[in-house]
Ligand binder design. Structure first.
Ligand code: ADP
Ligand code: MG
Length: 604
C-alpha cells in the first residue's frame, strides 16, 4: 500500500483555522480592535459597511509595524507577543496565538497599511485568500490600518449562513462595547455606512459606561471597590430597581479582558438575592484584577472563557463585596434590629478561629452591670487571610466588637436571660423584640439556617462528617449512579463520604453530622429528583439546588414540639443568617408586629 498521509497546503490549513477564529464579522472586529490595543494605540476607529459583510476597517495610532513584520504578521503562529511557553502564564496582551491575521487573510481581501513612528515611509500590503497580491511603500501616518473586505468571499456556505444585517450589527456592537468598556483610557469611534454610531472620548469608567449606555445610567450605578490579596474588584452594579428582564448588560472583565463565567455570575445574582423579583437580572460592570499566574486563558480559542485557580474564594469575595456595597448604599432592606458587623462576615472569615481573646478597654464598661451583660472585645487575628481585612472598609478589623452573647442580644429588648420564647401551635416561635413581637415560622426558618450552613460548607469550609459504624449500601438505577458520580465531589463537600460507587450500588461510609442514618436514602433520592427537575446548567446552580434540597428535607417540620433550647437556637441561628427574612425558596420566615399596632388595637 502506498503512503497516503500528506501535509495540507498552508492556505487550506489557514482556512480551517479561520473557521475557529472567524465565525462572523464581529469576530474580525474583535481581533482587529484587540490588535490595535496591543499596539498601544490611544485612539482607534472602527469603520464597517453593511454589517461588516462588505468592509471592516480598524485604524489605530499605535506603534505600527516594520515592512518585514507587516509581511510576517499574516503567517500562521506569527506573533510578537509571546516567545516561549512560560510567557503564556504571564500574559499582558489580548492576542498571543498569532492566528488572527493569518485566518482573516485566508477568507477575505485584506489591505494593511502600517508605519512606525521613526520610519519615513510606511508599507501597504494587499492579500487575497492567503496570497500576497502586492506589497509597496505607502505614505501613511503612524499606526496601522487594516481593511477586511468581502469576508468569506471564498467560502460561500459561510457567507450564506451570515444572519441579517441587523443581527450581525448587533454582534459587532456587543464586541465593540465589551472592548471599549475595558479601555476607557483609549478613545474610540465607530462608523456604520458612514454614520457615526459611537464617539467615545477618554475618561474614567463611569464616564465610559454613561457614554455607551446613556446619561440616565449615571444615577443607577452603585460603585464597587475592593482590594484583597487574591483579587481586586472595581466597577459598578446597578441598583435593583433598574434590573432588567433580559440578561443583557452583564459584564465581567478579568485583567481588562471580557469574560463569561456562569459561576461568578451566580455570585453577583446571589448578592442581589431577594432584592429582585423572579425573572429580573441585575446589570453589572465588574472589573477583576487577578495575578496573571492564577488564570488560564488558553482553554478556549475565542477566549471569553477562562479558568481561575480558586473560583470558590472569588465567589465568596465577589458576593460579599457586592452585598456590602448594596447595603452601604442603602439598597438592601433594613431589618428592624441593628445588624452586628459579624453578621456580614464572609464565610471564610467566620470559619476562622478568633485567636486569643484580648480584652481591651471598653469606655462603656460599667462594673455595676450584671455579669451576663458585659461584652468583651475580641481581637480578630486575621491569620492567613489578610485579604479579608479590606472587606471591612470603614470598620477597624482589628477591633471588631463581638458580643459574647448571641447576636440576638440587640434584637431582644431585655437581656437574654429573661427574653423568653414560646412555641405556638407547634408551628411558630414567638418572642418579644424591641419594637414589638416577632413570629418565626420554625420550618421555614430552619430551612434558611440549614441552607446557609450547607452553602457555607460547599463554598468554603470543610464539612463535618460522622463515620458510620457499618458502611451503608444503597441501590440505584444506572442513570442515577451517573448523576451521583457527577455530584460526588459536591456531596463530599457537605459531608458525605463514599466507600465505593459501583454500577448499581453506592456504599456510604460517612454522612453529614446533621443527618441521621435512617434519613440517608430518602434524602439522596429527593436530591436526585430535585437536581433532575431543575436541569441546572452551571456547576453552581447544582450546588445551590443541592443545598436547597438538603435544607428542605432536613428542616424541622411544622408540628414538631421544640423545647426552649431548640427554640432559642433557631432564633439565634436565623438572625445570624445572611438573609434571615426569606426561606431558600423565597418564603417569608418571620413577621414582626409593632407595639404601635398592638397599641392601636386597644385604643378603639
Ligand atoms: P496575535 O495578536 O495573537 O499576536 P495576530 O495575527 O492578531 O496575532 O497578529 C500578528 C502580529 O501582527 C502581532 O503579534 C503584532 O506583532 C502584529 N500586529 C497585528 N496588528 C497590529 C497593529 N494594529 N499594530 C501593530 N502590530 C500589529
Ligand atoms: Mg491579535
Amino acid at each position: 500500500m502506498p503512503d497516503i498521509i500528506q501535509l495540507l497546503p498552508d492556505h487550506v490549513a489557514n482556512q480551517i483555522a479561520a473557521g475557529e477564529v472567524v465565525q462572523r464579522p464581529a469576530s474580525v472586529v474583535k481581533e482587529l480592535l484587540e490588535n490595535a490595543i496591543d499596539a498601544e494605540a490611544t485612539s482607534i476607529q472602527l469603520i464597517i459597511k453593511d454589517a461588516g459583510k462588505i468592509l471592516i476597517q480598524v485604524i489605530d495610532n499605535g506603534k505600527g509595524m516594520s515592512q518585514t513584520d507587516a509581511r510576517l504578521s499574516f503567517e500562521r503562529h506569527a506573533t510578537s507577543k509571546i516567545k516561549k511557553a512560560e510567557d503564556l502564564f504571564n500574559l499582558h496582551t489580548k492576542g498571543f496565538r498569532g492566528e488572527a491575521l493569518a485566518s482573516i487573510a485566508a477568507i477575505a481581501h485584506v489591505d494593511l497599511k502600517s508605519k512606525q513612528e521613526n520610519q519615513e515611509i510606511g508599507t501597504c500590503i494587499k492579500i487575497e485568500g492567503s496570497t500576497v497580491v502586492s506589497q509597496e511603500n505607502a505614505s501613511t501616518s503612524k499606526g496601522t490600518s487594516v481593511a477586511v473586505k468581502n469576508l468569506f468571499y471564498n467560502i460561500p456556505a459561510r457567507r450564506n449562513f451570515l444572519k441579517s444585517n441587523a443581527i450581525e450589527t448587533r454582534h459587532i456592537v456587543n464586541e465593540f462595547q465589551r472592548i471599549t468598556l475595558a479601555h476607557p483610557n483609549i478613545s474610540f469611534s465607530f462608523y456604520h455606512n458612514e454614520n457615526e454610531v459611537y464617539h467615545l472620548s477618554t475618561g474614567n469608567l463611569r464616564q465610559r459606561i454613561v457614554a455607551i449606555f446613556g446619561k440616565k445610567t449615571n444615577e443607577k450605578l452603585v460603585p464597587i471597590n475592593e482590594v484583597t490579596d487574591v483579587i481586586e474588584i472595581k466597577g459598578f452594579v446597578t441598583k435593583p430597581e433598574f434590573a432588567k428582564k433580559k440578561r443583557g448588560e452583564q459584564f465581567f472583565f478579568v485583567n481588562d479582558r471580557f469574560i463569561k463565567n456562569a459561576y461568578l455570575n451566580h455570585a453577583v445574582s446571589s448578592a442581589f438575592e431577594s432584592l429582585l423579583s423572579n425573572g429580573y437580572f441585575p446589570t453589572y460592570f465588574l472589573y477583576l484584577k487577578v495575578p496573571t499566574k492564577s488564570i488560564d486563558i488558553n482553554i478556549h480559542p475565542t477566549k471569553t472563557e477562562i479558568k481561575f485557580d480558586d473560583e470558590k474564594t472569588l465567589y465568596a469575595i465577589i458576593r460579599s463585596t457586592i452585598k456590602h456595597s448594596l447595603g452601604q448604599y442603602n439598597v438592601a432592606p433594613i431589618l428592624d434590629f441593628q445588624r452586628d458587623a459579624s453578621m456580614d462576615t464572609p464565610y471564610e472569615f467566620k470559619g476562622k478561629k478568633s485567636g486569643t481573646p484580648k480584652i481591651s478597654v471598653n469606655p462603656d464598661f460599667n462594673p455595676f452591670k450584671n455579669e451576663e451583660q458585659k461584652s468583651t472585645k475580641f481581637q480578630y487575628k486575621s491569620e492567613k487571610t489578610p485579604e479579608w481585612e479590606s472587606l471591612y472598609t470603614g470598620i477597624d478589623v482589628h477591633a471588631i466588637e463581638v458580643d459574647v452573647e448571641p447576636v440576638t442580644s440587640s434584637l431582644f429588648s431585655e437581656s437574654t436571660s429573661n427574653s423568653k420564647t414560646y412555641q405556638v401551635h407547634k408551628k411558630y416561635i414567638v418572642s418579644s423584640i424591641k419594637s414589638g413581637i416577632v413570629y418565626i415560622n420554625q420550618h421555614l426558618a430552619h430551612q434558611r439556617i440549614l441552607y446557609e450552613e450547607f452553602l457555607e460548607n460547599i463554598t468554603v469550609k470543610e464539612a463535618m462528617s460522622q463515620q458510620l459504624l457499618f458502611p451503608l449500601e444503597i441501590s440505584f438505577n444506572k442513570s442515577d449512579i451517573v448523576l451521583i458520580k457527577e455530584i460526588k465531589e459536591d456531596l463530599e463537600s457537605v459531608g458525605f463520604l463514599f466507600d465505593k460507587i459501583l454500577d448499581d450500588t453506592i456504599v456510604i461510609k460517612g454522612i453529614p453530622v446533621t443527618i441521621t442514618e435512617s434519613q440517608i436514602t430518602i434524602i439522596i433520592e429527593q436530591l436526585l429528583e430535585d437536581i433532575k427537575n431543575d436541569i441546572p446548567d452551571a456547576s453552581f446552580s447544582q450546588l445551590d439546588v443541592m443545598a436547597k434540597s438538603l435544607a428542605k428535607s432536613l428542616a424541622i417540620k411544622t408540628g414538631t414540639r421544640l423545647d426552649l433550647k431548640e427554640q432559642e437556637e433557631i432564633v439565634n441561628k436565623l438572625f445570624m443568617c445572611k438573609q434571615p427574612d426569606l426561606s431558600p425558596f423565597g418564603k417569608t420566615t418571620f413577621i414582626t408586629i409593632d407595639i404601635d399596632e398592638i397599641d392601636k388595637k386597644f385604643n378603639n
